[in-house]
Write a protein that binds this ligand. Structure first.
Ligand SMILES: *[C@@H]1O[C@H](CO)[C@@H](O)[C@H](O)[C@H]1NC(C)=O
Ligand SMILES: *[C@@H]1O[C@H](CO)[C@@H](O)[C@H](O)[C@H]1NC(C)=O
Ligand SMILES: *[C@@H]1O[C@H](CO)[C@@H](O)[C@H](O)[C@H]1NC(C)=O
Length: 409
């Protein structure tokens, strides 16, 4: 396939955004009807190995009460006791998916059953569909969802032409005033951060100056910026502008040491979404995935923080002919694929686990309440059989999941 048509395909397929429209009404209604079905339990986990977000601890006891991890529970407390003695169990913080496009409650349930307890939505084109899924402090056993609002792009871009993209949500003139009010409108609608697109220099998209203005307008409101990138030069533009995170990786050539060091100096975080890169590679050219793996190796050597994100989507619900799209990426199981892909790219299993727990919590500013196994934090936890700090594949062996102390599996 020619490179130019490839990039058009990229631009059409990636921001899986778009999918939501027809599901919005139904989903909002079903969430409104949802009532709390379970109370957070008091639980004592004994003799379980713990990955606390940073390191592997010897078998310990962990107490859950009122939705939190607590320092202690009286032996007389009416608590469920789970004794891992002789069972080879590991307790971990609930996983983050740092790049996903959930649309429905069913998607959230699928995340929950697979141990994903916090989901960062990375593009939702209208207000209703995003807010319908926001579950920041839910106590009904569904994952927390944070949203970006609309994607920053220009009229007529491949993104703006996607079905369901609201015409009035594009950035038309690129003036400081327009960009400023666009960012404010995303914030007013409940965006936790901003999403923007840099596919390939030369495409119809925000100019490097407009990207810089957008980053400044976001930063002045305390909003992080998340930039979709598809080419080496796009990463350069994003890093130069000081975006908080670059999502995906270049397909044309690997990030080299120079660019990785620039990213490190700029404080840019990488969300490689290797699962999606792999799915595209399988369809278009396997070499693309090798280029992506090489980028991750280089970013890691430059000590750029790497977060686990999948691009989980249901993009085929869009009505775009399936032949032009990658396979939809599952909500939940794909996070375990991503962990394995990160290890394939050279992360140690411990580093891969951090990329889905303490690091996304830190870099999305959620450390005060989640991402580690520590008294005082939310009881968002996963209990697996085996030792994932040695063998990453065992994160799939899920025995139990708690979200806010509510047992979901
Ligand atoms: C103890 O907890 C169980 C399950 O949570 C509940 O069914 C039972 O009524 C509780 N007993 C007491 C004495 O609170
Ligand atoms: C676009 O229109 C929708 C629906 O009227 C409105 O909620 C939204 O705020 C508008 N967006 C902008 C950026 O003005
Ligand atoms: C963005 O902010 C930086 C640092 O405050 C400043 O140097 C730069 O001129 C600003 N650029 C734009 C386009 O607003």
């Amino acid at each position: 396939m020619m490179l130019s048509s490839f990039f058009v395909l990229m631009a059409v397929a990636w921001p899986a955004v778009l999918a939501c429209q027809q599901h919005v009404q139904r989903d909002a209604a079903s969430l409104a009807r949802r009532t709390i079905v379970k109370e957070p339990e008091s639980v004592i986990l004994k003799n379980v190995r713990v990955f606390d977000g940073i390191a592997r601890l010897p078998p310990s006891t962990v107490y859950l009460s009122s939705g939190l991890i607590v320092p202690f529970l009286s032996p007389h407390a009416n608590a469920t006791v789970i004794d891992g003695a002789g069972q080879d169990l590991t307790l971990l913080p609930g996983f983050f998916d740092a790049h996903a496009h959930p649309e429905t409650t069913a998607d959230l349930l699928s995340f929950a059953r697979n141990g994903v307890t916090t989901v960062m939505d990375m593009a939702c084109s209208t207000r209703a569909e995003c807010l319908a899924l926001v579950r920041e402090h839910a106590d009904d056993g569904l994952p927390s969802v944070f949203v970006s609002g609309a994607t920053a792009t220009v009229p007529g871009s491949a993104n703006a032409n996607l079905p369901g993209f609201p015409a009035n949500e594009t950035i038309a003139t690129g003036t400081r005033e327009e960009i400023d009010s666009w960012v404010q409108s995303q914030l007013d609608k409940g965006a936790s951060y901003i999403k923007l697109i840099q596919d390939r220099p030369g495409q119809l998209q925000l100019s490097p100056e407009e990207v810089q203005t957008l980053v400044n307008a976001s930063a002045s409101r305390g909003l992080q910026t998340n930039c979709h990138v598809a080419a080496y030069d796009s990463v350069g533009i994003a890093v130069e502008a000081g975006v908080s995170m670059v999502h995906h990786l270049p397909f044309d050539k690997s990030i080299d040491a120079d660019l990785a060091h620039s990213a490190k100096r700029a404080g840019t975080i990488s969300v490689p979404t290797l699962t999606m890169m792999r799915a595209f590679g399988a369809i278009l050219a396997p070499g693309m995935y090798d280029i992506a793996l090489e980028s991750v190796r280089t970013l890691r050597e430059a000590d750029v923080p790497i977060l686990a994100g999948t691009d989980a989507n249901a993009v085929n619900k869009l009505g775009i002919p399936i032949a032009t799209l990658p396979p939809p990426i599952s909500f939940g199981p794909s996070l375990h694929d991503e962990l394995a892909n990160l290890v394939e790219a050279g992360l140690t299993p411990l580093e891969a686990l951090r990329s889905a727990t303490v690091l996304p919590s830190l870099h999305f500013g959620l450390t005060p309440d989640r991402g580690a196994v520590l008294p005082g934090l939310r009881a968002d936890l996963v209990l697996v059989e085996g030792d994932p700090t040695k063998d990453i594949s065992v994160t799939r062996n899920i025995r139990k999941v708690w979200i806010g102390g509510v047992e979901v599996v």
